[in-house]
Design a protein around this ligand. Structure first.
Ligand SMILES: NC(=O)c1ccc[n+]([C@@H]2O[C@H](COP(=O)([O-])OP(=O)(O)OC[C@H]3O[C@@H](n4cnc5c(N)ncnc54)[C@H](O)[C@@H]3O)[C@@H](O)[C@H]2O)c1
Length: 312
């Protein structure tokens, strides 16, 4: 199996991530079939793809005249068997729920052609967990995109001990061919690299707020206007190599003793969820949210990501 055998992509789950992943493959010329539980979900996903493509065209990242052909390459169906009968590569992006993903992979394994590679976009679960009931364990891996998948280049490729070198290499070449930047994660672990690092950051951020060291607003202000700016051009190892590991060691020797290293969820996080302070979803978290404020933040983030995409 090589990348040249791949022409049909199936995307299972057409939500926030699924529609963007389908858009990426269709933009690169692949035939895509998208699946979700209702026609309404699929219609919303199509509308969203069209909106995204228009924004990309307005910003001269794609040609406006290519939009109709890209949209035509995306077909939809609520019947799973129809979506995957000719699929060479399947990306699963349903709700983050292990039993659900296990059941879908078992079903995909039974109904997909024997050569089909099955990839999950899970945020934190391991491919060996998701594919536990499937027979083709050599053809299962994670391809973990970041939101929004059509603006963030990186995709983590996570292999299980059973994933074959061939599967990893086909997935790597396929993602490269559609313009993504794949990173191979050699040993599976919950949360891979990106989500693990983000989890460590937010754990300490909660601890800072809980201990009264600084407010959530101050934490966001500090990150946005200091090391957050550097991180888009240099990774943490690059940044600290500039400083020198001797200085880092001296600075961390005392500091580490005071950092949060608890494996328990911070009580403040539990408290917020229990009191219904979910963030944008409930219009209240650390901040009060109106639809306008949410839109302003989303637009700001997208504009910055679009600028970075243009700079590449
Ligand atoms: N949101 C993010 O920033 C992000 C980033 C990276 C990875 N992920 C992961 O991607 C996956 C999808 O997340 P999302 O944010 O797109 O969620 P979402 O809720 O926006 O979309 C999930 C979609 O899956 C559909 N679905 C649920 N059960 C299904 C089934 N049995 N068959 C077909 N479709 C089904 C839902 O109807 C929904 O449209 C999750 O595993 C999540 O952890 C999310």
């Amino acid at each position: 199996m090589t990348i040249h055998n791949i022409s049909h992509i199936a995307v299972i789950g057409a939500g926030l991530m699924g529609h963007g992943i389908a858009q990426e493959f269709a933009s690169a010329g692949y035939q895509v079939l998208m699946h979700d539980v209702t026609d309404e979900h699929l219609q919303t996903a199509r509308t969203q793809v069209e909106k995204n493509l228009k924004v990309l065209a307005e910003n001269a990242i794609i040609e406006e005249e290519n939009i109709p052909a890209t949209l035509q390459r995306i077909q939809t169906a609520t019947e799973l068997a129809i979506v995957v009968e000719n699929a060479d590569f399947v990306v699963e992006a349903v709700t983050e729920n292990l039993p659900l993903k296990q059941q879908i992979f078992e079903e995909l394994d039974a109904i997909c052609p024997p050569h089909t590679i099955l990839a999950s976009n899970t945020t934190a679960l391991m491919p060996s967990q998701i594919g536990v009931n499937a027979k083709r364990k050599d053809k299962i891996l994670n391809t973990h995109y970041f939101n929004p998948p059509y603006l963030i280049p990186l995709v983590e490729l996570i292999r299980s001990p059973d994933t074959s070198d061939e599967t990893v290499s086909v997935a790597f070449e396929l993602l490269t061919a559609i313009g993504k930047t794949p990173a191979i994660i050699e040993k599976e672990a919950l949360g891979f690299v990106g989500p693990r690092l983000q989890a460590a950051l937010i754990r300490e951020a909660f601890a800072i707020v809980e201990r009264g060291i600084a407010s959530a607003e101050t934490v966001d202000l500090v990150v946005r206007n200091s090391f957050g700016r550097r991180l888009s051009v240099a990774g943490p190892f690059e940044v600290f190599e500039l400083a020198g590991w001797d200085l880092v060691l001296a600075a961390f020797e005392e500091l580490y003793k005071d950092l949060n290293s608890s494996s328990d969820i911070n009580p403040l996080l539990r408290q917020m969820v229990e009191s219904g302070k979910l963030g944008v979803k409930s219009k209240e978290g650390f901040y009060e949210w109106t639809d306008e404020k949410v839109q302003v933040l989303r637009d700001k983030m997208n504009q910055a990501l679009i600028q970075q995409a243009k700079d590449v």
